[in-house]
Design a protein around this ligand. Structure first.
Ligand code: ADE
Length: 242
């Protein structure tokens, strides 16, 4: 996959792109990342990329011409352009899977008060990473790149993404590692039992209970499978009998 980032601050990405799973995936050639400095497309003497908003108001707005010239310098037939904006549609694990299938992703990162609205129609999607405002689109672009790159085949162990939080609309069950007893705080016995069927059942139940408690919005949307329904009913029956 090719990734192009249009930004005024490419240096923000340095450590991110060379560290951990993302760094390894790039050095293995699973993703190739290039940067376009939007300021290189500003032609006035002071290389201005922003100006004050029409109608007044605080802050600066990024100008159409340098941004669109930067975009047009990299856009190809197979490109998919994502404009980072707090006013975009919500990013999700489902979208991460969608983007992971693209040949060429372009991340358009605004800064300051945002981009001139006329730019939006040149993007395939406006995406937000949450209901809060950041100083620019660079962190959102890194968030999305991270979640997309780790889904590329060969990035992390096959199968290890399947049971994660949000993959099936639920939060993941709790995980534990050594030691089995940390100052009296013990790992649930079932996980030490070696009984894989029982462990699987326990994990499904924990995932359901955790989601119901912490993310009732997700739980309400989730359609229980036959197996999940059976496990939850059994648990509730046991609770009632206590
Ligand atoms: N730019 C500023 N805030 C943002 C957000 N929450 N998501 C995407 N882009 C942004």
């Amino acid at each position: 996959m090719k990734i192009t980032v249009l930004t005024l601050f490419p240096e923000m990405f340095n450590d991110f792109l060379s560290t951990s799973i993302v760094g390894r995936s790039i050095s293995r050639g699973l993703a190739e990342v290039e940067f376009v400095q939007i300021r290189d497309f500003a032609h006035d003497r002071y290389r201005h990329v922003d100006d004050s908003p029409f109608g007044g108001g605080a802050g600066m707005v990024m100008k159409v011409q340098p941004v669109l010239d930067a975009l047009n310098s990299v856009k190809q037939e197979n490109s998919y352009t994502l404009l980072m904006s707090p006013a975009g549609t919500a990013f999700s694990q489902k979208k991460a899977h969608e983007y992971a299938r693209k040949d060429h992703l372009i991340f358009l990162c605004g800064h300051y008060e945002g981009l001139d609205h006329r730019i939006e129609k040149y993007a395939d999607e406006c995406v937000s990473i949450g209901d809060y405002v950041l100083t620019g689109g660079e962190l959102p672009a890194m968030v999305i790149m991270d979640s997309v790159i780790r889904l590329l085949r060969g990035s992390i162990t096959e199968g290890s993404t399947e049971e994660e939080s949000h993959e099936n609309g639920l939060l993941e069950y709790p995980q534990y590692t050594q030691p089995a007893d940390y100052n009296g705080d013990k790992v649930p016995d079932i996980l030490l039992s070696g009984n894989h069927a029982k462990i699987r059942e326990w994990r499904i139940l924990q995932s359901l209970l955790l989601t119901r408690e912490k993310r009732p919005d997700l739980f309400a949307k989730h359609v229980l499978s036959k197996e999940e329904e059976k496990i939850l009913k059994k648990y509730e029956k046991e609770q009632n009998e206590k």
